[in-house]
Design a protein around this ligand. Structure first.
Ligand SMILES: NC(=O)c1ccc[n+]([C@@H]2O[C@H](COP(=O)([O-])OP(=O)(O)OC[C@H]3O[C@@H](n4cnc5c(N)ncnc54)[C@H](OP(=O)(O)O)[C@@H]3O)[C@@H](O)[C@H]2O)c1
Length: 256
């Protein structure tokens, strides 16, 4: 009974950013829970490795190349996805990039690039998936991978943190409009997890010192995102929408 609550059997789940880190982990988790996974990112070789691994354990997955900043790439990704697995029931918007630097030094190109990936791409995919679900009168789930950086502020993080705050606010606005269509929208807000995005920093002495100042005193393990992700993806959260769920060992509530 409890296991059934978290089952994704019969669902199609599209995961962006599936070539590495949190997206790759999410694709594995969703496939393991029974979903047919469409794994998307620009690096097709990495997606194919992931898909082979999922298939080797009895799961179903397809690799589809996607540059989330390119409308033609988005269109062809949906065309391929629909042909191979059908309509998307669960969308995990995980593709993201991080850029650091002071507010005063911030240039247009950096701002535009971060917002193109972290916010605009997420918005476009969400619009397409929800329009199709509404047309087909089917329920759905959207999980936007934001960050605890979108819930607080820190020097040098302006563009990334602002893009993630926008993701959280977009999540809430989408949730208010889409509940009546039986589509739930929530944001998953990780603290620090070891991925390509931050591995250099956390391997450095500066990174290790930084971690000591955070309440959890350690970086998260990707496995610690499994439960929260499954909660938001499954009927276990059938009365939850518009939530920004931190998974951060208390990082977001720290005073200093
Ligand atoms: N790691 C953390 O501590 C942490 C904390 C909070 C939030 N997050 C968020 O979690 C998400 C995943 O990050 P991660 O830590 O797993 O980092 P990561 O390993 O660097 O993964 C980023 C993913 O985004 C994809 N991506 C980047 N630009 C893209 C584009 N133009 N089109 C399509 N895909 C694109 C990358 O794939 P390709 O390069 O193959 O396209 C990659 O799969 C991000 O939204 C990030 O902001 C991470």
């Amino acid at each position: 009974m409890t296991q059934q609550l978290f089952s994704l059997a019969g669902k199609v789940a599209l995961v962006t950013g599936a070539s590495s880190g949190i997206g790759r982990h999410s694709a594995n988790v969703l496939a393991n829970a029974g979903a047919k996974v469409i794994a998307c990112a620009r690096r097709l070789d990495k997606l194919e490795t992931l898909v082979s691994k999922i298939r080797s354990t009895g799961g179903t997955a397809e690799a589809v190349q996607l540059d989330i900043t390119d409308n033609a790439s988005i269109d062809s990704m949906f065309e391929m996805a629909h042909k191979s697995v059908g309509l998307v029931d669960i969308l995990v918007n995980c593709a993201g990039i991080a850029k650091t630097g002071g507010f005063l030094e911030l240039d247009d190109a950096t701002w535009d690039q971060v917002f193109a990936v972290n916010l605009d791409g997420l918005r476009k995919l969400s619009q397409e998936v929800t329009s199709q679900l509404i047309k087909a009168k089917r329920p759905g789930v959207i999980i936007n991978v934001a960050s605890v950086a979108g819930m607080s502020a820190a020097p040098g993080w302006t563009v990334y943190a602002t893009s993630k705050a926008a993701v959280i606010h977009l999540t809430k606005n989408m949730a208010t409009e889409l509940w009546r269509h039986n589509i739930r929208v929530n944001a998953l807000c990780p603290g620090y997890f070891p991925t390509e995005m931050n591995q250099e920093f956390f391997a450095s002495d500066e990174g290790k010192e930084y971690l000591k100042r955070l309440p959890p005193r350690r970086i998260g393990n990707l496995e610690e995102l499994t439960g929260p992700l499954l909660l938001l993806a499954s009927d276990a959260s059938s009365y939850m929408t518009g939530v920004a769920l931190p998974v951060d060992g208390g990082h977001a509530i720290r005073l200093v």
